[in-house]
Write a protein that binds this ligand. Structure first.
Ligand code: AMP
Length: 354
């Protein structure tokens, strides 16, 4: 077994949002300091030891940050390659570059998943001949930018072939892929971790409902046939091993009559894993910090049925009223300004024993 980093060591976190904040709290519980790197507002910095407020183009700031950290991890995947070069030359970075390179680009990601033998939507890189691309994917299709898409942004639907030109125009020249429409009955996700020793621990899959492209609720247990639950966990394990991954990974899946179809992977803790804070002895944030600092992975088995509800925009005004309801755990992200569509917090509602 590898020895865990000693107490008092510093975990660097790239990104200062709510995921970084919850990682920092988990790191503190394991005796670590955290150092946040974030150019903008940083709710994570409120609970961290240090904050470097600089951009990803500031290579000197990145180097100084890396020198101050014993290990570096991240809460978002769009970290520029030059920044990764500087960071990983100085300090171990988990998950490593390969996981980032695969998940930063939808074309590389889909090709990687298909090469593993996993089912994905049919896909094609967008060329200057959209009608030819749609022959590969079929119609309806969804055009998605290869990079920098999140919460349904950077996407355009093509319900009929004659809508294709307008959909392409809406992407404003960004490099993109076309994806065939998957006729799914449910969306689920599985959150899984791999330790430095190669051991794997997967959480039970949760059932996700999105509104306006943003995750609204995750419900455990997912109402799916038991074999699909096993399939989801095996798929996540296969991905983790193929990437020689260290840390927590989220895998979003569509449930279809032909089995599970992978939508995308996120090389980090994931919004649809927040339920683990109320449903498991070791939640996804502690599990991730354990993995990147060389601890054994913890017990991720589910002891409770949980519904996670995101508090988006003015939903957060209901937090005090929700706090009094049975089984409700409140998590607020400390963001100064409420804006429509902004994730302000979440609740985990324990609905019974597992
Ligand atoms: P994404 O940004 O790829 O996670 O997509 C956001 C949401 O759009 C997903 O959660 C699905 O509800 C929907 N979606 C994405 N890709 C497809 C697809 N190929 N077929 C049907 N629905 C999709």
């Amino acid at each position: 077994m590898t020895e865990p980093l000693p107490a008092g060591s510093t975990v660097g976190i790239l990104g200062g949002g709510q995921l970084g904040r919850m990682l920092a709290v988990a790191a503190a519980r394991l005796g670590y300091k955290t150092h946040i790197f974030e150019p903008g507002a940083a709710p994570a910095a409120d609970v961290a030891h240090a904050w470097t407020q600089a951009g990803y183009g500031d290579l000197d700031a990145l180097k100084t940050f890396a020198e101050a950290c014993d290990v570096i991890t991240f809460e978002f995947e769009n970290i520029p390659a030059d920044a990764l070069d500087v960071l990983s030359a100085t300090t171990p970075l988990y998950p490593d570059r390969r996981a980032l390179e695969v998940s930063q680009d939808r074309l590389i990601e889909k090709s990687f998943l298909r090469d593993l033998g996993l089912q994905t939507a049919s896909f094609a890189p967008l060329t200057s001949d959209i009608q030819a691309d749609l022959k590969v994917t079929g119609v309806p299709a969804i055009l998605k930018t290869r990079r920098f898409g999140y919460d349904g942004k950077g996407q355009a639907r093509v319900m009929q072939a004659d809508e294709a030109d307008a959909a392409v125009a809406s992407l404003e020249g960004a490099s993109a892929i076309a994806e065939g429409f998957v006729d799914f009955s449910k969306e689920i996700s599985v959150i899984a971790a791999r330790g430095q020793d190669g051991s794997i621990s997967a959480y039970d899959p949760g059932e996700n409902v999105h509104e306006d492209g943003i995750l609204s609720t995750t419900t455990l247990p997912a109402q799916i046939a038991p074999p699909l639950r096993t399939d989801a966990v095996l798929m996540a394990s296969q991905i983790l091993n193929a990437l020689d991954y260290v840390g927590v990974l989220g895998v979003e899946l569509f449930v279809t009559p032909a089995g599970l179809v992978v939508n995308e992977i996120a090389p980090r803790v994931h919004n649809s894993g927040h339920w683990t804070q109320a449903g498991c002895a070791v939640d996804q944030f502690e599990q991730h910090i354990r993995a990147v600092t060389g601890w054994p992975l913890g017990d991720g088995s589910r002891h409770a049925n949980v519904v996670m509800e995101n508090l988006i925009g003015e939903d957060v005004d209901r937090a005090a009223a929700l706090a009094g309801e049975p089984g409700v755990q409140i998590h607020l992200y400390g963001k100064a300004e409420t804006r429509p569509g902004r994730k302000m917090g979440h609740i985990n509602r324990v609905t019974g024993a597992a």
